[in-house]
Design a protein around this ligand. Structure first.
Ligand SMILES: *[C@@H]1O[C@H](CO)[C@@H](O)[C@H](O)[C@H]1NC(C)=O
Ligand SMILES: *[C@@H]1O[C@H](CO)[C@@H](O)[C@H](O)[C@H]1NC(C)=O
Ligand SMILES: *[C@@H]1O[C@H](CO)[C@@H](O)[C@H](O)[C@H]1NC(C)=O
Ligand SMILES: *[C@@H]1O[C@H](CO)[C@@H](O)[C@H](O)[C@H]1NC(C)=O
Ligand SMILES: *[C@@H]1O[C@H](CO)[C@@H](O)[C@H](O)[C@H]1NC(C)=O
Ligand SMILES: *[C@@H]1O[C@H](CO)[C@@H](O)[C@H](O)[C@H]1NC(C)=O
Ligand SMILES: *[C@@H]1O[C@H](CO)[C@@H](O)[C@H](O)[C@H]1NC(C)=O
Length: 383
């Protein structure tokens, strides 16, 4: 009797150590407005339509975003190619503090395509791949949220509503609420608020700081380079179909929400050769979240020209990154991440790091702990 209960008691206390984190799930209401793009394109109805869409957006030499405006783009059109979208939405988020109390700064974490907020605190293998745990251990608090349109956040029309402009407006609204201590459930007040993005979340973080001066005390753009020529690889490699046919978890998404149809597509886009545990790849596929066609057509729309953000900037990208480096960040000189530095004309500090042997899914690969340390060293020393 004693011998059989002892190990289970030990296991229980080990589990308690591993999960003794001060985290809570929150639902945050926001009222936002943004100038979205007014496409005349209809949401794809079938998987054949989805493939047609992917072939159209991946076509070199053709601006499909322009074509999808239809008559709205005509110079003499009475309808506009932009439309103001306003609404009240809710955002699903997880807020964490170190055990010892509120951290020295708050990190706002914006995930990329194919994930939700769990990208930052991946539950598989007892949170062995958790950026949040690494940040907590450096005395940061974290706020990770499901981007508007997916996960436990409000859904919307996948063509003309869930687009980059509205999502950046959501990120702005969340940041303002957090800075003003106005999110119910978060008692701590933070003087310092920094932003960390992954992939599309980095594009949105770039846009946030370009649009709103003083909104952030420092940014880390992970899985990022200046919006380039390689997104077609990501679209073609992603084996996209209607999300609602992929799994029971995704069944409630409307047509026009797309997801990868198989695990190989997730491997191609996010995991570099020899740098990942196949069990984590399977878990990433199982946790996969959709992308809207409105997002695909507006991904980099707000990452244009120079960014006069005055704070410190880190760009950190896997050497084998697909969407931003085409599979080799060193294929150009300066490297693609180094080129991206040039858009920041006013930053107090800037660095670009290439993670050797890593792919686009930085947080979930064998090099994850080294990536986390680079980001946290940067924030600790420069933000
Ligand atoms: C937050 O919600 C997620 C999924 O909905 C769940 O797995 C997790 O345990 C929740 N966390 C807390 C701290 O309640
Ligand atoms: C494609 O067209 C859109 C809409 O007119 C425009 O905003 C964008 O700059 C164009 N992209 C390129 C690469 O020319
Ligand atoms: C958006 O496009 C549709 C279709 O052309 C048009 O009816 C509508 O007026 C446009 N919206 C705005 C705000 O121009
Ligand atoms: C964490 O940061 C807070 C706020 O700056 C500070 O009061 C606290 O002492 C720090 N905790 C540790 C363990 O360093
Ligand atoms: C961006 O800044 C660089 C360096 O200051 C300058 O050469 C370039 O013209 C700027 N680009 C734009 C679009 O303003
Ligand atoms: C550069 O950054 C500083 C510090 O944030 C800011 O005060 C200044 O307005 C910025 N310059 C431009 C041109 O935006
Ligand atoms: C945690 O991940 C690392 C790779 O980052 C791996 O070497 C290690 O075996 C994993 N540990 C567990 C308990 O899964």
């Amino acid at each position: 009797m004693v011998q059989s209960t002892l190990p289970s008691l030990l296991l229980a206390s080990l589990a308690a150590v591993a999960t003794a984190r001060n985290c809570k799930n929150l639902t945050v209401p926001i009222s936002i407005s943004a100038l979205n793009t007014n496409f005349t394109l209809q949401a794809p109805a079938t998987n054949i339509d989805v493939t047609d869409f992917v072939l159209n957006v991946a076509q070199p030499g053709v601006n499909f975003t322009e074509q999808a405006l239809g008559p709205n783009a005509a110079p003499n059109s009475t309808s506009s190619e932009f439309a103001t979208i306003s609404g009240t939405y809710t955002i699903g988020a997880t807020y964490c503090e170190p055990d010892s109390g509120p951290g020295s700064a708050l990190q706002i974490l914006t995930h990329g395509v194919a994930f939700d907020r769990s990208y930052w605190d991946f539950p598989a293998q007892d949170h062995n791949y958790s950026y949040v745990n690494a940040a907590l251990s450096r005395n940061y608090s974290t706020f990770a949220y499901d981007r508007l349109g997916l996960g436990s956040s409000s859904r919307g029309d996948p063509v003309n509503e869930i687009q980059t402009a509205l999502e950046v407006s959501a990120l702005h609204a969340l940041t303002v609420l957090l800075r003003h201590n106005a999110v119910p459930g978060i008692e701590a007040r933070y003087e310092k608020v920094v932003h960390v993005g992954h992939s599309y979340g980095s594009l949105q973080t770039w846009a946030l700081t370009a649009m709103y001066e003083g909104i952030s005390d420092g940014i880390a753009l992970t899985g990022f380079a200046e919006f380039g020529d390689f997104v077609p690889y990501f679209m073609l490699g992603g084996n996209y179909v209607q999300a609602n046919g992929v799994s029971d978890t995704l069944a409630s998404y409307a047509p026009g929400y797309l997801a990868s149809a198989d695990v190989t597509a997730v491997q191609l886009n996010f995991f570099a050769p020899g740098n990942f545990d196949p069990e984590i790849l399977e878990a990433a596929y199982a946790a996969g979240q959709p992308v809207t066609i409105g997002e695909v057509m507006t991904l980099g729309s707000l990452v244009t020209g120079n960014n006069t953000f005055g704070g410190p900037v880190l760009i950190i990208t896997g050497e084998r990154d697909i969407p931003f480096c085409g599979g080799n960040c060193d294929a150009s000189s300066p490297s693609f991440p180094d080129q991206a530095k040039q858009s920041f004309t006013n930053s107090s500090y800037i660095d670009a790091i290439i993670v050797p042997g890593a792919g686009h899914g930085l947080n979930l690969e064998f090099s994850a702990q080294a990536t986390y340390a680079s980001i946290l060293d940067f924030l600790g020393q420069h933000a």
